[in-house]
Design a protein around this ligand. Structure first.
Ligand SMILES: C[S@@+](CC[C@H](N)C(=O)[O-])C[C@H]1O[C@@H](n2cnc3c(N)ncnc32)[C@H](O)[C@@H]1O
Length: 208
């Protein structure tokens, strides 16, 4: 099944299913971006607007981009703000909106579905003003090596989505190649239990 079709089917239950990864990412993004404010935010793969909801209080305008019509429908139903625009677009194709001089681009739980990290870093670089920040939070590759991937239940069956493994070095090399410097790298564990495999990894980069 194509990834956008899978998310169209997941959209109805995405916000309400038990989902430790989704909930942990919400807490992480809030903590990494705490105390910061922005002029323009571009939210990649905004989905049902889990993060849009609180990011709008940190900026003057926000563009949420996603290729799933049903995830976007949920987001639009939830978020009514003049500050927010939603756009249906495939982020693996040239970005038509990257002349917007954003000062923050966010990417939460989407890059496991995108093979070519270089392309995303290059387009994010074009979208950001100098010193603009690029926040990324993804399933930790250790989890990916152990077989974890985005999945959901539909009609009592587990639907597994197409995913790509990205090693920590892939993110760092792609960022360096595309003129980003690393500000922060963090690994996040279930219930802060550092004896277990970390669930998520987050990066905060800055455009040079
Ligand atoms: C796991 S959801 C995350 C949604 C939201 N960022 C969050 O943290 O809850 C991944 C989202 O990325 C979107 N997505 C995946 N690949 C994409 C692509 N190539 N272009 C645009 N959106 C994409 C999906 O449609 C889905 O809404």
């Amino acid at each position: 099944m194509k990834i956008d079709e899978a998310y169209n089917l997941w959209a109805d239950t995405y916000d309400t299913n038990d989902n430790v990864t989704r909930d942990l990412e919400l807490a992480i993004s809030k903590s990494i971006l705490a105390g910061k404010s922005f002029s323009k935010i571009i939210e990649l793969g905004c989905g049902t607007g889990k993060n849009t909801e609180w990011l709008i209080d940190k900026c003057d305008s926000l563009l949420g981009v996603d290729f799933s019509s049903e995830m976007l429908r949920k987001a639009k139903r939830k978020i009514k703000s003049d500050k927010v625009k939603f756009l249906q677009a495939d982020l693996t194709k040239e970005w038509t909106f990257n002349n917007t001089s954003a000062d923050l681009v966010t990417s939460s739980l989407i890059l496991e579905h995108i093979n070519n990290l270089d392309f995303i870093f290059a387009e994010a670089h074009k979208s950001l003003s100098v010193n603009g920040q690029f926040y990324i939070c993804e399933l930790h590759p250790f989890k990916q090596y152990a077989g974890s991937k985005a999945r959901f239940e539909l009609n009592n069956e587990i639907v597994k989505l197409e995913t790509f493994v990205h090693h920590i070095s892939d993110y760092l090399q792609s960022a360096a190649k595309n003129n980003f410097k690393l500000l922060e790298l963090n690994e996040w564990f279930d219930e802060k239990n550092r004896a277990e495999i970390p669930r998520l990894v987050s990066f905060l980069f800055q455009k040079k």
